[in-house]
Design a protein around this ligand. Structure first.
Ligand SMILES: C[S@@+](CC[C@H](N)C(=O)[O-])C[C@H]1O[C@@H](n2cnc3c(N)ncnc32)[C@H](O)[C@@H]1O
Length: 265
């Protein structure tokens, strides 16, 4: 999968994309990343990339021309633009997406990351200041993504978050036995994790995890996963992949909690 990141602050990406799993995925050719400075595509003498908002108001708005020009240059590497581009939307080829990072976009969830991981090419557009000219949203972006209901100073951190969680889903990036039980993969939160030492400052690891009894450990983990989700994010249960056995277990957990008992022991 290839990522093109469009930004006014390319230096922000040095570091986070050069460590650990992302670094190894790049070295192994599973993903590739190019960072583009939008300012390089501004054609006026001062390389202007923002201007005052029409209608007044505070702050600056990112101009459309340099953003369109950067996306055009990036896409031209994949296919020759038709003469009437950008009016010809179909020029964004199947398998490619132009993703505008915006707090007004669709919330990034594990499911959305799964959808995006099916693409071969993601062009991530990072806004700054008061945001980008609306024509970028209307006539260039194929997707608008928000990483949460809060406002950041720019789209660079959201782009890194998106790249990280999509990269984890690219085949071969993680060992094949990973996910499914990880939080949000199947709609539940993950069970508690412990490692050595078995006792630390007088706090012990649950005995079942030391028992070597794989089926009992799996039952305990599933119970803990259901319990955590019930206590912390009950709304997730409405959309989670639950078996009839899980549903019965949830009933037992609710009863146990109501009666002040400790469930999953
Ligand atoms: C200060 S924000 C602009 C917010 C805009 N005035 C609004 O109210 O929707 C500047 C840029 O940061 C990025 N950004 C801020 N919060 C974000 C979020 N929660 N998710 C994705 N991008 C975000 C966007 O690229 C945005 O254009």
């Amino acid at each position: 999968m290839h990522f093109d990141i469009l930004t006014l602050f390319p230096a922000m990406f040095a570091g986070p994309l050069d460590e650990s799993i992302i670094k190894r995925a790049r070295e192994r050719g599973l993903i590739s990343i190019d960072i583009h400075n939008i300012r390089d595509y501004s054609t006026d003498r001062h390389h202007t990339t923002d201007d005052y908002p029409f209608g007044g108001g505070r702050g600056m708005v990112m101009k459309p021309e340099p953003i369109f020009a950067t996306v055009e240059a990036v896409l031209a590497e994949h296919a020759a633009p038709p003469p009437d581009w950008p009016r010809q939307r179909a020029y964004v080829p199947p398998g490619s997406a132009v993703v505008l990072l915006t707090p007004q976009g669709r919330l990034l969830t594990q499911g959305v990351a799964g959808e995006l991981s099916q693409m071969q090419h993601l062009i991530l557009v990072c806004g700054r200041y008061e945001g980008v000219d609306e024509r970028v949203r209307l006539h260039l972006a194929t997707h608008e993504i928000s990483i949460g209901d809060y406002v950041l100073t720019g789209g660079e951190l959201p782009a890194m978050v998106l790249l990280d969680c999509v990269t984890r889903l690219v085949p071969g990036v993680l060992p094949s036995e990973t996910p499914v039980e990880e939080s949000h993969y199947a709609g539940l939160l993950e069970y508690p994790q412990y490692t050595r030492p078995a006792e630390f400052l007088g706090w012990s690891v649950p005995e079942i995890l030391l028992s070597g009894h794989h089926a009992a450990v799996a039952r305990w983990r599933r119970c803990q996963s259901l319990l955590r989700t019930l206590l912390r994010r009950p709304e997730l249960l409405e959309r989670a992949d639950l078996t009839a056995k899980d549903q019965r277990q949830l009933e037992r957990l609710r009863d146990a909690l109501e009666n002040g008992q400790t469930p999953c022991e």
